[in-house]
Ligand binder design. Structure first.
Ligand code: ADP
Ligand code: ZN
Length: 748
């Protein structure tokens, strides 16, 4: 996490230059504020040289500490009182589409809401602007005819990677063929490759809104009509599309996208995990005949640049992306869809800490466009907005095609415990066996990667802990390592206990998906297995391959972490077993119950989505817990209503506001001192409370000592001015920092 309140980075002297004014120049009008992509408090003024006429939004090159930096002409001056003659001049304009007012307002808004330096927010929008003058990029194609030389294996792979006849850059080719760039250069020298200009804009084909799509069921059609109307109104509104799992929400909101295309405007769809969305992309293609533009952090820099430009020029009509897509330069955004709006993955926890769902609504408002929030398990925040009349709600009450909702039952682990040293209870084993015997697919869900969450010495009781964090090391048996899931610290599994030296005394405690997989091999030796976890399924290709294998019934048993909860549609999957349904309740933060219900309901929603009915079994030690009851009864509405009633009286979100201050320092004493100062300077008054300081649950993270304070206010209180004043009273010593998290989701 980075600080909102850190010192400005040490970039040397401010951008001042002591040069005399050229003769005859009036001072005053010839200066312009430029926002730079760094955590400064605001834009800096620069002098406008003769012949240049920068306008707000223009991308410019300016000097900063003997370097040239890309910045954007902003609207209001920094008013730093620096006389004109001391200002450095703007170096030049960059050939890039100007940043439009709606995006500049959005950046200002996000910065002010999250208490982030505006330049740091702008950096997210500017990351891909070509630096300096843009040259047409050069790629390579195969020489035709190929010169008659002997081909090494590496060179053959490079030629194979060019089979599609599309030119590719050196970097792309080297990556695709698994060779170094030297091989590419050598092949160019040998005349095997010839340079070819790359198209500046890839063909983002125009999705056809009238491409024949699926025939909508009547409740889908009614909801789609309402969404189309919202898009046609070309004004801001927020609609919650709330439909049970498998009700066909995607097909429904794609009609809003279609309407947006008919209007000739651009559509943005945010998905929480774009790398896992192969099925979504296939459905989009079925509906519109062509794929959308995709935006996420793993794109090659060329694809990023080209996509960015296509968005700016309006030639990418639909973008589906991760939260960073909010900062793309849409000239004419006509609708923003946030699918799986309840997902905590929308909260960015590093750098600028923001919630993409909430900021998407702001982005829509600033573009006078409708926002559509989609979920089978809407967040309490969104439900409260519906209740208050701020958001409209559309409901799809039944599964598409007449499929029934799965039946959910709890397995009481106290009554039918697993065998000693095992984790699957007899009723779950029996159910999996029956399902597999019928030729249907089963899924085991456990939200924990690796083999075991804790490694303990049987001899002396020593527990293997991360040296940098307040966390146990997780065993990853396949890779033979112990790993910290917070900082990534990894060590080989030791042969002897580091504390007492006993040999072969270290024992795994508790299960992760690897261990469940091992147990399932013993219980169902003939089942064809697939493990879906973030460390086994890396990237979109692996996810797509997994989905295809499951769809083609090449897999009998799926074992996975929370990845399996994400919107998948597997028609032959009829049984879902949750190995540890109590897992998410342990942490006990504000939203633990809500989050657990959402996650388990989503996992359960993978079962029985086609003809064969689905069944869900929850292994739990407390079947009487309201979360388990809600899942068994399938009544999330009642559960959320009760949850709301518990939060309302104490003004907890969404009926109040929260902001977290996270203090961190190299030593516990420094962290305590700064946290104490913050506590002493804490604001007080009607409708606000400060909780803490207290050690963070992760009291040491990456070697830094952490303390937390929480500001809680009534809903009608704006927390930002209070925080600004509070923070202004507390100097942050060198090496320490205070991170601000508005509307925190994580309390670690
Ligand atoms: P949800 O997102 O609500 O969980 P999906 O959008 O995944 O549901 O829809 C479930 C399945 O039903 C998908 O395979 C989808 O393609 C299919 N489906 C939805 N609506 C229709 C329709 N009108 N005609 C045919 N298939 C549909
Ligand atoms: Zn660690």
């Amino acid at each position: 996490m980075q600080g909102r309140r850190r010192k400005e980075p040490d970039l040397g002297e401010p951008p001042l230059l002591d040069v005399p004014e050229p003769d005859g120049r009036r001072s005053g009008a010839r200066r312009v504020p430029v926002m730079l992509p760094y955590p400064f408090a605001g834009p800096f003024d620069y002098r406008i040289p003769p012949g240049l006429h920068p306008q707000p939004g223009d991308v410019v090159l300016v000097p900063l500490n003997r370097r040239e930096e890309v910045g954007v002409v902003w609207d209001h001056s920094a008013e730093d009182g620096v006389p004109d003659r001391k200002l450095k001049p703007v170096s030049g304009l960059i050939d890039a589409p100007p940043m439009r007012p709606a995006l500049r307002r959005f950046i200002d808004w996000v910065a002010s809401y999250t208490l982030s330096p505006p330049g740091e927010v702008m950096a997210m929008a500017l990351r891909v602007v070509p630096q300096g003058v843009s040259r047409p990029p050069i790629g390579w194609v195969r020489a035709d005819p190929l010169p008659d030389t002997r081909l090494t294996e590496a060179r053959r792979r490079v030629l194979d990677a060019l089979a599609a006849k599309q030119p590719r850059t050196t970097g792309e080719l080297a990556h695709a063929a698994g060779v170094g760039s030297g091989v590419i250069r050598g092949m160019a020298d040998a005349g095997l490759l010839v340079p070819s200009a790359l198209p500046l804009v890839p063909p983002f084909a125009h999705p056809n809104p009238d491409h024949p799509g699926e025939l909508l069921a009547s409740d889908q059609a009614a909801a789609a009509a309402a969404l189309r109307q919202a898009v046609a109104a070309q004004s801001f509104s927020v609609t919650l599309l709330d439909g049970v799992t498998g009700s066909g929400k995607t097909e429904t909101y794609l009609e809003a996208v279609a309407e947006c295309l008919r209007q000739g405007r651009q559509a943005l769809v945010l998905l929480p995990e774009i790398a896992l969305s192969s099925q979504w992309l296939e459905r989009f293609q079925r509906r519109f005949g062509v794929p959308p533009a995709v935006w996420h952090s793993d794109l090659t820099s060329r694809v990023r640049r080209v996509t960015w430009r296509a968005v700016a020029e309006g030639t990418a009509p639909v973008v589906v992306g991760a939260r960073s897509a909010l900062f793309l330069p849409f000239p004419d955004l006509g609708v923003v869809v946030i699918d799986e709006e309840h997902e905590t993955a929308f909260k960015q926890e590093e750098g600028v800490v923001y919630h993409a769902r909430d900021m998407a609504v702001v982005r829509a408002r600033l573009c006078s466009a409708p926002a559509i929030l989609v979920s089978a398990t809407p967040s309490l925040e969104t439900l409260a907005n519906v209740e208050a009349g701020r958001y409209r709600r559309l409901t799809l009450p039944t599964r598409h095609g007449g499929a029934a909702m799965p039946s959910v039952a709890a397995i009481d682990m106290r009554e039918t415990p697993p065998e000693r040293g095992h984790f699957l209870a007899p009723p779950l084993i029996a159910a999996v066996a029956e399902t597999l015997a019928r030729g249907e697919q089963a899924m085991l869900f456990l939200n924990r990667r690796g083999y075991a969450p804790l490694t303990l010495c049987r001899h002396c009781g020593h527990r293997m802990q991360c040296p940098n964090c307040t966390a146990w090391l997780v065993e990853h048996r396949a890779r033979r390592v112990l790993q910290c899931h917070h900082c990534g610290h990894t060590v080989p599994i030791p042969e002897e206990c580091p504390a007492c030296g006993a040999c072969n005394s270290l024992a795994p405690v508790g299960p992760g998906v690897e261990r469940i997989t091992e147990e399932s091999i013993a219980s169902f030796p003939d089942a064809r297995r697939l493990v879906m976890a973030s460390d086994t399924m890396t990237g979109p290709d692996a996810a797509a391959a997994a989905a295809h294998a499951i769809e083609a019934r090449k897999v009998d048993l799926i074992i996975g972490t929370q990845i399996v909860a994400k919107g998948w549609h597997f028609p032959h999957l009829t049984l879902v077993g949750v190995v540890d349904a109590d897992l998410g309740l342990a942490g006990g933060d504000l939203r633990a119950a809500e989050r657990t219900v959402q996650l388990l309901h989503q996992v359960a929603g993978r079962a029985g989505r086609a003809e064969a009915p689905g069944r869900v079994l929850l292994q739990t030690f407390s079947p009487e817990h309201p979360v388990m009851q809600a899942l068994v009864e399938g009544d999330l509405g009642a559960f959320m209503a009760r949850e709301a009633e518990q939060r309302r009286p104490g003004h907890w979100p969404p009926y109040g506001r929260l902001a977290a201050l996270i203090v961190s320092a190299d030593t516990a004493a420094e962290a305590d001192a700064l946290a104490r100062h913050l506590g002493q300077a804490a604001p007080w008054g009607e409708g606000l409370d400060v909780l803490g300081p207290a050690p963070a649950p992760l009291s040491i993270l990456r070697g830094r000592h952490r303390r937390r304070l929480l500001l809680k206010t009534r809903r009608d209180v704006a927390v930002q001015p209070i925080l600004r004043e509070w923070l202004s009273k507390v100097p942050v010593p060198r090496g320490a920092r205070i991170d601000v998290d508005i509307d925190p989701v994580s309390f670690l």
